[in-house]
Design a protein around this ligand. Sequence first.
Ligand SMILES: Cc1cc2nc3c(=O)[nH]c(=O)nc-3n(C[C@H](O)[C@H](O)[C@H](O)COP(=O)(O)OP(=O)(O)OC[C@H]3O[C@@H](n4cnc5c(N)ncnc54)[C@H](O)[C@@H]3O)c2cc1C
Length: 406
Amino acid sequence: MSHVVIVGASVAGVKLAQNLRSEGFTAPVTLIDAEDDPLYDKPPLSKDYLSGASSAQDIAMTTADDLHAREISTRFGVAATTLDPAAKTLTLDDGSTASYDVLVIATGARARLTPWASLPHVHVLRTRTDAEQLRGELVAGRHLAVVGAGFVGAEAAATARKADLRVTIIEPLGAPMGRAMNTEVGGIFADKHRREGVEFRFGISVERVEPVGQRCRLVLTDGSTLDVDAVLLGIGAVPNTEWLESSGVTIDNGIVCDSTLSAVGIPDVYAIGDVSRFSNDRHPESVRLEHWTSAADQSVLIAHNIAHPDDARHYDPTEYVWSDQYDWKIQIVGLTGSDHWRIVGDPADDRFAIVYGVEGQPIQGAVIVNWPRALIDSRRSVAGQAPTEELVGRLRSLLEASKAAV
Ligand SMILES: Cc1cc2nc3c(=O)[nH]c(=O)nc-3n(C[C@H](O)[C@H](O)[C@H](O)COP(=O)(O)OP(=O)(O)OC[C@H]3O[C@@H](n4cnc5c(N)ncnc54)[C@H](O)[C@@H]3O)c2cc1C
């Protein structure tokens, strides 16, 4: 019987173990994770869990007892330190080893750090403990600096404003989420944050942070300084691959995989979730996605491929990611960020869509705010590679019809 060992027990790893059982796979499955209690979901860490609106129980993905009931073994609180693919063996940091027939690497990513990241009142946001520590700083009237306005930084800023902190975002680009959406579109979201009271310092970054009494002084690259009570460092994530360095696994900002998510050149080793870099027809240059839905979808695919090796499927998703900021539910499908975009609806109405694509060519992707019906149509259009104009026209008609109905 094939023993499947999964390293990493967050969304990708846990869902894989569960999906293997749903696929009727009855052989032994073992989940290994460095954290003592890794079975929680990460998206709420910058949203309801950070604010305190959700409890640890609310964000639990499952329990060790539930996993054991499905005959999934767990080894938590031990990190994998080396892999020997020829011997099909892992070593763990408690000195023990684990043998596998099939290995799935789901070690995700960790927060990118700076030399001043370990100072008091400087935080990152990747684990439940990180969220609990940052929550301790969310006291009304205090001043929080958010360094980096990607999704996590923008969401945490929104949560901090709701808790009535003064919030300043420092971002080298000209807008929040500018990499994902382009800076012009990001400007629409900057305006929303400004209306909610966030202050921005665009086009500069932080040179260093110095402790000043109980506070932090940020020295910015334009020579100015900013004194705050706490800092959130939100400058991206680094894939957890160092433990594989001597293994022969190809690493290039993630584990390099083919379109079946198999690690290239290493038999019986797959990589899924934030740590996996894959290529397929739509992504010939390879991508590494840091999205919850991608991790979940990849776990479904690999469970199928392990349980049905004669029917290996290729990973070709329609990308999907969501973000919650204030009263805006932001949903993103497909590939966004190009300079060719059109807006349907008005941000002042808190409901609109941005459609990316060149006139006369297939739609690339869409960003949708508070508009579930537009999301359904956009998803269908992106998956079916419909012409850009067709989706723009359909969304305009939807908007007209909903206005007429009011
Ligand atoms: C604050 C926050 C908010 C987010 N919000 C959203 C959102 O709104 N929408 C969205 O689509 N996505 C969101 N994401 C992204 C999403 O959570 C990730 O894409 C997802 O968690 C990736 O899952 P994963 O299982 O691949 O990796 P991870 O969640 O990174 O988990 C990896 C696991 O591997 C373990 N591990 C690492 N190295 C080792 C080792 N050597 N040995 C053993 N175990 C190891 C770690 O302890 C960890 O438990 C958010 C992420 C964060 C941090």
